[in-house]
Write a new protein. Structure first.
Length: 148
């Protein structure tokens, strides 16, 4: 026979009592509920911040694409069109998708060979909290951004 004995038997036979520590099902569920509720509270507070950051990044990208299209039409010596729809902006070379919470106008801007546009269009983007307007200036290709 073998001299090997299970560890628990050896400990009990020497008078040492070991208590295996662990969590009960109730304690585990309690920790899970508390952790989940904390995550839900934090995520609901962070979501609007991420939405605002996405909006600001979109407007920066739009302004960059506007200037880039203007410079490209001037450099190539040909007309280029910046097409805006409710869900994207494109100049034929690049596409920017609008965030889900921004609604864009269905308009197009034509840049002449000298880089300017021939319209006094007002572009309006609807966000959940405001409306952002871009008033285009005739010929120069410049714009003024305002928000309601």
């Amino acid at each position: 026979m073998s001299n090997w004995k299970p560890i628990t038997n050896t400990l009990v036979s020497r008078g040492i009592q070991s208590r295996v520590g662990g969590f009960t099902l109730l304690e585990s569920l309690l920790v899970l509920v508390i952790t989940s509720s904390m995550l839900l509270v934090l995520s609901s507070q962070v979501r609007p911040v991420f939405s605002q950051i996405r909006q600001q990044l979109f407007f920066l990208e739009f302004e960059h694409l506007y200037r880039e299209t203007q410079q490209l039409s001037q450099a190539q010596g040909q007309k280029l069109t910046l097409q805006l729809t409710t869900n994207q902006v494109t100049n034929g070379y690049q596409v920017i998708n609008l965030p889900e919470d921004i609604i864009g106008p269905n308009q197009s801007i034509v840049f002449e060979t000298h880089g300017g546009n021939n319209s006094l269009q007002k572009l309006s983007f609807q966000t959940p909290s405001s409306t952002v307007h871009y008033q285009l200036y005739l010929g120069s290709g410049k714009y003024q951004k305002t928000s309601d």
